[in-house]
Design a protein around this ligand. Structure first.
Ligand code: ZN
Ligand code: ZN
Length: 251
């Protein structure tokens, strides 16, 4: 009896890992590894020198996705563009940063979809958030992995299915904010701005619970305010509400 030869072709199934290089008002930057050589950057709020110091090989970054124009999310955009790294952003953000005519700036399309074809196929979708300047979140799908990145918003009108990784802002606790306001440690203008531009821990939990969390491997809390948050309390609250593994990104 002759045997038939079967040629097995194995397409690599990506397993996402995320490294947070900064997550505060001093600078936000997260690197998502899709394969060993294929990394993308979510926000570029840390100067290149700082990224080098943290051991990041910039040549491994294939694309950068910028949520909005505030410096803590966009500080190294110009440096990255000089190195020829494609930076995806809203047209409003490109104008605000003064880089709209740069060849390496890629404007996010109207439907928000950016598709990458190659050995590893993956898709990024941008969606609008509610901040005090135009701002987007990003949803990334590669193989069976689905990641969502939400920061600098006081509300998110979108929910997602089959998520495996959630990076979500938990900037402040309303209780801490009110306490500091009552003791005059915080100006009313600042309090008002935070309430209308950033996610509180309770808003973050409410949004988390509106999603399908059955496949989530990790919830990472982002952009905690130095004075208006409590990392241990926030982790406990989210763990209790979701039953998931929760971490706080390195600031
Ligand atoms: Zn902002
Ligand atoms: Zn910010």
């Amino acid at each position: 009896m002759s045997r038939r030869k079967v040629a097995w072709t194995c397409s690599p199934i990506p397993v996402i890992s995320v490294r947070s290089l900064g997550s505060s008002s001093r600078g936000n930057c997260h690197v998502v590894s899709i394969t060993d050589e294929y990394n993308i950057m979510l926000d570029a709020g840390i100067p290149l020198k700082g990224l080098w110091k943290k051991g990041l090989a910039i040549r491994s970054i294939k694309a950068v996705f910028i949520t909005h124009s505030h410096g803590d999310h966009s500080k190294s955009v110009e440096e990255l563009l000089k190195l020829g790294v494609p930076c995806y952003m809203l047209s409003e953000t490109a104008k605000e940063l003064g880089v709209a005519s740069n060849h390496y700036v890629k404007l996010l399309p109207e439907d928000g979809f950016v598709r990458f074809e190659g050995e590893t196929r993956w898709i990024v979708r941008a969606f609008r958030l509610e901040h005090d300047v135009p701002c987007v979140g990003f949803y990334l799908c590669a193989g069976n992995e689905r990641l969502v990145y939400i920061t600098d918003t006081y509300y998110c009108r979108y929910t997602f299915k089959d998520l495996t990784h959630i990076l979500v802002e938990a900037n402040y606790s309303v209780d801490i904010l009110n306490q500091r306001y009552m003791t005059s440690e915080m100006h009313s203008k600042m309090r008002k701005r935070l309430l209308h531009s950033h996610f509180s821990i309770d808003n973050a939990i409410e949004w988390l619970l509106a999603n399908d969390l059955s496949k989530v491997k990790e919830i990472r809390l982002l952009h905690l305010s130095d004075n208006n948050s409590d990392a241990d309390l926030f982790i406990r609250k989210v763990e209790n509400a979701t039953g998931k593994y929760v971490t706080v990104a390195d600031a």
